[in-house]
Design a protein around this ligand. Sequence first.
Ligand SMILES: Cc1cc2nc3c(=O)[nH]c(=O)nc-3n(C[C@H](O)[C@H](O)[C@H](O)COP(=O)(O)O)c2cc1C
Length: 161
Amino acid sequence: MNTKNYREVLGHFATGVTIVMAEIAGDIHGMTANSFTSVSLEPPLILVAVDHKARMLQGISRNRPMTISILKDTQKALSQLFADPNPSRDPFEGLHLERAQNGIPYLADALAFLAVRITDVYSQGDHDLAICQAEELKTLSHDGPLLFFQGRYYAVDGSTP
Ligand SMILES: Cc1cc2nc3c(=O)[nH]c(=O)nc-3n(C[C@H](O)[C@H](O)[C@H](O)COP(=O)(O)O)c2cc1C
């Protein structure tokens, strides 16, 4: 087992793609994340794993608010922009944002969004696991999701957006 085949094997687990937003030093920061997963129904808990090297880590601590926007299959470019440590343009430029009740924006034209508050943070290996309680959530569209599988983007019908 090595890092390469660890990634290769785990890449067989297809996921959706989200943009996580949080406030860092007064600015809103966004990061592409596919580690988003549901944890508990009652209370409604989800988790996001954030790399210790990510700038987003500065937004991860107890009681901090965040939003999670679940991307549709036409939003691959947004996933790439918010995953780029040195994007060629401001990734927020031209976005249709709305503000959740917790004050953090979300993508108004995503598939769905959750506004959450971080309840616990566990540092594990090279990531922090942010356990978050959902405080507000909404389905925004019934379009198809953006999928991530073996390092590539797909739509549900198998086509590549
Ligand atoms: C599809 C996809 C999913 C990703 N999921 C995560 C994730 O769950 N956690 C994470 O820390 N980085 C994830 N990344 C990498 C970050 O988006 C990327 O490293 C980003 O530049 C880090 O954000 P920063 O601007 O906060 O440093 C993912 C990237 C892609 C393309």
